[in-house]
Ligand binder design. Structure first.
Ligand SMILES: [Zn+2]
Length: 321
C-alpha cells in the first residue's frame, strides 16, 4: 500500500548529502509509558515520511529500558495505534528490555578500557556545586557496586550540524560532562542504550523531536568513543502545551483516537508544514501516500517548539513559539 519504488526526482532525494537511497534506515523509538498522543504522532510521522520519501526502511524500537516508567500494555497499544494510523514499520520491533546482555557487553568494554568510573554524588550535592556535574568523582576510585557509573568525556561535542535546525551549539558544561551510563538503580542509561541500538540496528537517519537536540551531542560523543559511524540527525519542532512543556501525560495530552485517525493525521501533517487546503482523503493509506509524494525537508518548520491548542480529538490549532 506504500507508494511505488520509482526513483524520486532529484530535489526529493535524501535530505542528507551523500546518503544512499538504498541504505536509508530510520526509526521511531517511543517509550511505552502511556498511549501515543499528538506530540508522539508528529515525531512518528516525521521520521516515517523522511524514511519513505527516501525509499528507506522505517523501524520501530520500544525504549522500555526505564522499567519504573513502563506501563503494562502500553507497548502493544502504541503498535496498535501506529497500525491504525497507517504507519506500518519494517522488520521486527526491537525491545530494549530484551537487550541487557548487549548493553552489558558494551559497558564492560568501556569499563575494561578504564573509561568509566563510579560516582556517589547526590543530585543535591551536584546542585550545591553549581548545577551541572563537575566530574568530581573521576579520581575518587569509588566502588562500582550500587553506585552510578559515569563515562569519562573523552570526545566533547561543542557543535554539530542538524539537518533541519542547522548548526547547533552545545554549552561547555553539557559538552564536557561525564554523563551517566548506568544508573544507581542498576538500569542502563538512555544515552548508552540509544547509541548502541542505533548502531546495532544500522540506523542511518534519526528524525525526532527537538527536545533531544542537546542530548544528541552526548550521543555523538559516544558514537566517537565506541568508534561507530554516527547517523544523520534531524530534529523537528516539539509539540508543546505551553512554552518549554512538551505535550505529555503530565499536562493531560489526550491519547490519539485509533478509531478516527484522519483528523489527528491531517493535523500532524499541517504541523509539519503540509498544505492540505485543496486535498481531501478518506483513508489514512492514500493520505500517507500523498504525503510521502509531497514530502520535502523544505516544508518542515525549523522552530524548536510549536504550541498545540487542542479543543478535542478533531480540532487542533498551532502557534509557532
Ligand atoms: Zn560524583
Amino acid at each position: 500500500m506504500h507508494r511505488s519504488q520509482d526513483r524520486l526526482p532529484e530535489h526529493k532525494q535524501s535530505h542528507a548529502l551523500g546518503s544512499s537511497l538504498t541504505t536509508y534506515r530510520g526509526r521511531f523509538a517511543p517509550s511505552p509509558s502511556g498511549p501515543l498522543h499528538f506530540g508522539s504522532l508528529v515525531a512518528a510521522l516525521a521520521s516515517y515520511l523522511d524514511a519513505k520519501a527516501n525509499q528507506g526502511q522505517w523501524l520501530v524500537r520500544m525504549e522500555d529500558i526505564d522499567t519504573p516508567r513502563v506501563i503494562s500494555g502500553a507497548a502493544d497499544a502504541i503498535l496498535t495505534t501506529l497500525d491504525s494510523y497507517g504507519l506500518h514499520w519494517d522488520g521486527e520491533v526491537v525491545y530494549q528490555s530484551q537487550r541487557h546482555n548487549l548493553y552489558q557487553d558494551i559497558l564492560a568494554s568501556l569499563i575494561g578500557k578504564q573509561h568509566v568510573y563510579a560516582c556517589t554524588c547526590t543530585r543535591k550535592q551536584i546542585k550545591a556545586r553549581g548545577g551541572s556535574y563537575d566530574n568530581h568523582c573521576r579520581v575518587a576510585n569509588h566502588q562500582f557496586d550500587s553506585n552510578a557509573l559515569r563515562l569519562k568525556q573523552n570526545y566533547p561535542i561543542f557543535e554539530f550540524q542538524d539537518d533541519l535546525q542547522g548548526q547547533v551549539h552545545i554549552p561547555k558544561d553539557i559538552a564536557c560532562e561525564d554523563y551517566i551510563v548506568k544508573r544507581r538503580d542498576g538500569l542502563f542509561a538512555y544515552q548508552l542504550v540509544v547509541v548502541v541500538d542505533d548502531h546495532q540496528q544500522g540506523i542511518t537517519h534519526v528524525v525526532r523531536g527537538a527536545d533531544l537536540l542537546e542530548p544528541t551531542a552526548r550521543q555523538l560523543s559516544l558514537f566517537k568513543q565506541l568508534n561507530y559511524t554516527a547517523p544523520h540527525f534531524m530534529h523537528v519542532p516539539l509539540a508543546v502545551a505551553t512554552a518549554g512543556f512538551k505535550l505529555s501525560k503530565q499536562n493531560h495530552a489526550p491519547a490519539i483516537d485509533n478509531n478516527k485517525p484522519l483528523p489527528a493525521l491531517v493535523a500532524a501533517l499541517k504541523f509539519l508544514g503540509f498544505n492540505l487546503s485543496h486535498v481531501h482523503f478518506d483513508n489514512v493509506g492514500t493520505l500517507l501516500e500523498w504525503a510521502v509524494s509531497q514530502y520535502h525537508i523544505s516544508l518542515l518548520p525549523n522552530n524548536k517548539e510549536i504550541q498545540v491548542i487542542q479543543q478535542d480529538s478533531e480540532h487542533y490549532e498551532f502557534t509557532p513559539l
